[in-house]
Design a protein around this ligand. Structure first.
Ligand code: FES
Length: 61
């Protein structure tokens, strides 16, 4: 499934990148060579990033 429509980022791609890159969703997007555009995806993307690392969401930022 696509998490970010603007950048065509799939959840699987986001999970893989999150395990290789520290930081929140914006940093993980940057590691993929993408930038946040509309921002509609950020809440879900943050959840996926921290879930992929098995870290609590409160650790964001
Ligand atoms: S849906 Fe991700 S930046 Fe727009």
């Amino acid at each position: 499934m696509f998490v970010c429509i603007c950048n065509a980022i799939r959840d699987t791609e986001l999970r893989d990148a999150a395990r290789k890159c520290p930081g929140g969703a914006k940093q993980v997007y940057a590691s993929l060579g993408k930038q946040v555009n509309c921002g509609q995806c950020l809440c879900e993307a943050e959840s996926i990033v921290f879930e992929a690392r098995d870290e609590p969401l409160l650790a964001a930022e």
